[in-house]
Design a protein around this ligand. Structure first.
Ligand SMILES: [Zn+2]
Length: 480
């Protein structure tokens, strides 16, 4: 296992990574709230954690990567009401679309996507533990609130003083709460919204507790890595720490907190038509998955990143093309001549340089996942090959393969230059299976508009469906 350092948001320092039970590593990342299709900002977060997962696995860690799906919350309910659909159907629909986008981007490292509403038993059990231990209380309407004042560590992750977090005088204080900073872990049922039975009456989970119910169940009271966008530190992750540590009595819940920087939208024009321009599927349709991935891995993950709809990806496309030019040439030669082709060995020391570079790439990425540093090294190699005076045509197949090693590293670890992006058959069968099942359920209840919508969605991603007597078959359209 390679040694690596990780910047931990809780201790605010870069530390040597020491998992609790090596080689096993547990990683939890706050996933999508699918009230709407994914946007370009989501891609930044999830591409980064895909690189984290790829790297850890490459370096010998046995990673279990969980990414939850908040398939029911206020936003999902509000949007579903607006669209006149069932909230859980809306969430499933957007989740399928999200998985297709991720597959096209080469993000296929997540082991499991738990849906919040599949963990009702765990959520209710954790809320009951908290109520029994005096950390939470039932309000008059049947909601349950977590009493922030009972947890001394509150505010530590975000570096804030709990008193300073209180809403100001201008903020309306909820009369159901004992203190303004308390937050709901169980929300009393509202007519027309999905609800479940609980010891406090019918209701649905609050936001933060779905994460801790899922992590305690799947990763334990303590685990190694928790990730998400930096905007989630407060209140979401702060609340998670309070819930998990007061429910389990174990601390710290997470060894290392990894927070990705925000994507900032440049230009007035952008923000006016935000929803339309930055839909992730449209960005991938227009620019292709490679430049989108490149745009993100070419940035330091914790820094804010400016996104200009016209400029950013045009520039990324050009840089990505330049970076990959020698690779295209090497691939062509290998394809036409085969890996066993006889020929010359690389010029003095060049093959050794390539292997030394692979080591440097790993070492660079092992410094708090410095993808930008790794891309800079790859550019150096690309230039080196372009300036080579000896013609590549005369090299042996094995020599060509050795010169390609740094690019192979980029493929495996950064997910760049994946030859046929979005066609990993395993990934596709799972996602298409999810979509076909959703379509069959829609047809069974007579919702043919929804069924057609799923078909169109898949068609856009290059999947064609064929209904037959023995069910629905699918195939990938060629040349997409
Ligand atoms: Zn979360």
């Amino acid at each position: 296992m390679r040694r690596l350092t990780v910047y931990d948001s809780r201790t605010r320092e870069t530390r040597l990574f020491a998992p609790l039970h090596p080689p096993r590593v547990g990683l939890y990342v706050c996933g999508l709230t699918p009230y709407a299709p994914a946007h370009i900002g989501h891609a930044r977060t999830f591409v980064f954690f895909d690189v984290v997962a790829r790297a850890l696995r490459r370096w010998g860690y046995r990673l279990f990567y969980v990414q939850n799906v908040t398939n029911l919350d206020d936003k999902v309910i509000a949007r579903a009401a607006q669209d006149g659909v069932d909230p859980l159907t809306l969430a499933e629909r957007n989740f399928v679309a999200y998985r297709l986008d991720m597959e096209r981007l080469g993000v296929r490292s997540v082991n499991y996507y738990p849906f919040a509403t599949d963990y009702l038993a765990e959520i209710v059990a954790q809320a009951r533990t908290l109520v029994d231990a005096g950390y939470a209380y039932r309000a008059d309407d049947g909601s349950v609130y977590y009493a922030v004042g009972k947890f001394p560590g509150y505010g530590r992750l975000s570096g804030q003083n709990p008193q300073a977090l209180r809403p100001g005088a201008h903020v309306e204080v909820d009369p159901l709460k004992r203190a303004p900073e308390d937050f709901a872990i169980w929300k009393a049922a509202t007519p027309g919204e999905p609800s479940w039975e609980s010891p406090w009456g019918p209701g649905r989970p609050g936001w933060h507790i779905e994460d801790t119910a899922i992590t305690v169940k799947l990763l334990g009271a303590r685990y190694d890595l928790h990730g998400g966008g930096i905007d989630l530190i407060f209140p979401h992750h702060e609340a998670e720490v309070a819930l998990s540590e007061s429910a389990t009595g174990e601390s710290p819940m997470v060894g290392y907190w990894l927070h990705g920087g925000m994507l900032r939208f440049a230009g007035e024009k952008m923000s006016k038509s935000l929803g339309n321009i930055v839909a992730l599927s449209e960005v991938i349709d227009r620019w292709g998955a490679g430049p989108v991935r490149f745009f993100f891995v070419n940035a330091q993950y914790r820094s804010p990143l400016e996104f200009d709809a016209e400029r950013s990806l045009a520039e990324a496309t050009e840089a990505y093309r330049r970076l990959g030019q020698p690779l295209a040439r090497l691939d062509e030669l290998l394809a036409s001549r085969g890996p066993d082709a006889p020929g010359a060995e690389p010029p003095q020391g060049l093959a050794d340089e390539a292997s030394a570079l692979v080591e440097r790439l790993d070492a660079t990425l092992a410094q708090d996942f410095d993808t930008r540093g790794a891309v800079a090294l790859l550019f150096g190699w690309s230039r080196r090959l372009s300036e080579l005076r000896a013609p590549l045509e005369e090299l042996s197949g094995s020599a060509i393969a050795r010169l390609r090693a740094p690019f192979d590293w980029a493929r495996e670890t950064l997910g760049l230059f994946e030859a046929t992006a979005g066609t990993s058959s395993e990934g596709w069968s799972e996602i298409v299976g999810v979509a076909i099942a959703a379509r069959a359920r829609a047809r069974a209840r007579g919702d043919f508009a929804e069924a057609d919508r799923v078909r169109e969605e898949l068609a856009r991603a290059g999947v064609e469906l064929e209904d037959g007597a023995d069910g629905t078959r699918w195939r990938l359209r060629q040349g997409g």
